[in-house]
Design a protein around this ligand. Sequence first.
Ligand SMILES: *Cc1c(COP(=O)(O)O)cnc(C)c1O
Length: 493
Amino acid sequence: MNVNDTPLLFEKSVPGRCGAVLPKGDVPFDTPDGEIPQGGEPPAPLLRRDLPLPELDEASVVRHFTRLSHKNFSVDGEFYPLGSCTMKYNPRINEEAASFRGFRRSHPLTPDAHNQGNIALMYKLQEALKAITGFGASSLQGAAGAQGELAGMLMIRACHQSRGDTGRNRVLIPDSAHGTNPATCTMAGFTAETLPSGGDGGVDMGALREALRGEKARTLAALMITNPGTLGLFETNILEIIRLVHGAGGLVYGDGANMNALMGIVKPAELGFDVMHLNLHKTFSTPHGGGGPGAGALAAGEALADFLPGPVAVKAGGGQFALAAPKSSIGRLKAFNGNFSVLVRAYAYIRILGRRGIRRAAEYAVLNANYLRELVKDKYPAARGSERPCMHEFTASPDLGNGIHTVDIAKRLIDYGFHPPTIYFPLIVREALMVEPTETESKETLEAFASALNAIAEEAKTAPELLREAPHHTPVGRLDETAAARNPVLRSP
Ligand SMILES: *Cc1c(COP(=O)(O)O)cnc(C)c1O
C-alpha cells in the first residue's frame, strides 16, 4: 500500500461518543473570581469546551493503538540486528519485577525510612555494576547513555578544577566514536579533537603521541574511547593508550554503552579507565527504542568517585539504607531516583544470570557475531580486521554492484522480515552495514538472516530494481527521507 492510500487512521472521532466516566472531584478549585465550588465538574471558567479533543469509545481506542502496534517492528516479533544499539530480548521476568506493587506504586517523595526496599535495590545494583566494571563507586542517576557521558565529562572537569589545573580543555576522541561523544564533551565545555584510526581500525598510535607531545600535554583533559570500537574490534593497544594519556595528565573516559562483549570477562577499571557509563537499556536488557526511558549508569575509580552525580544509595548502619550525595558531587541529573523502573529490570536481569550467566551472555554475543560474520563474509566483508575475531558486532562494507547502496540492502531486508542493521555508521566506513545479533538469538535465526542477506546479494545481480524500490510489503513504502527531514509534516492538516 502506498502512503497516500493509508486510511486516515487518526480521524475516528464521533461527536458525543465517550469512553470515560469522570469521578466527582473532591478538591476545591481556586477560580479567578474566587469561587470555590465543592466537588463535581470544574468551574465553568476553567472548562474549555472548544478544545478539539477526540470523542471515542474505549474499544475503538484500544483497537486503534493495538492495530498501530502491529504495524510497528519490535524485538518481540522479529530479529533486530541493530549494530551498536543492542536490541536484545527483554526477559518477561524483568517486567514482572518492575510491576510489583511496592515498586510501581512507590511515591517519589516517600521518606528514606519508608522506602528501604527501593533504596536497597539501588544499592545492590550499584554493587553489581561495581563488580562487573571493577570500579569502586557507581551512580544510577543518568537517564540515557548520552546523559551518563555528559556527567562523566562534567566530573572530569570538576576533578581538574579541584586540582587547580584549569588549562585542560582538549578531549581526544577517535574518529570511529559514537556521535554522542563529541556532543557531550562539547556541552561540558571542552573542545573535541578527532583522533584518526589506523589501518587495523584501532587508534593511530602515531597520531595519539603527536596529540600529547610537549606543551600539548598540558591542555589535555581526557580521552573518550569505546572499546570494543564501533568497528566491532577490541582495541589491542588499550593499555598503552591509557598509559600515554595518564602520563600527559589526562583522564580516560570509557564509553561503556555496550558492555556485551566484555561483561564477566574484562573489568575496564583494571585496564586503567577512570570513569565509564553503562547503558542498562542495552547491555542489561531493559527495553529501548523510541526514545526511552533508559538508564545511563556511571561507574568511577578513585580519581573521580567523589564527583559522581547523586544522590546514590549508601548503607546507613543498623541494616538501613539511605540516599546521599558523593562528597564533591556534580549534582543531580534527574529528578528523584532516575528512571527507577528501568533499574528494577536491569537488577532482575543481573541477578537471574548471576556471575556465570553474565559471562556466558558475553561469550554468546561474541560467538553469534562471529558466526554471522562468517556466514556472509563473501558478499559482506568486514570493513577492517577480518583476519581476527570480532567482538559483539561487526561492520561490513558491501559492494553488491549494479549501483546498489547499503540503504537498498537495508530496505530489502524489511521485505524478508528483518529489521535493517545500523547503516552508514561508523562514518569512517564506506557504505557501512553494522550488525549486532546479541546473545539471545538462536542459530536458526542467524542462519535465516544470513540467507536473506545472501539472497539479496543475488537479487542485486539479477533484479536490482527489487532492491532500489524496497520495501514492497509494508504499510508504507520507500520514503523520501531527505524531504521528510527538511520538510517534516508532524500533524494531520
Ligand atoms: C547507544 C550508544 C550511546 C548513546 O546512548 P543513548 O542511551 O542513546 O544516549 C553512546 N555510545 C555508544 C557506543 C552507544 O552505542
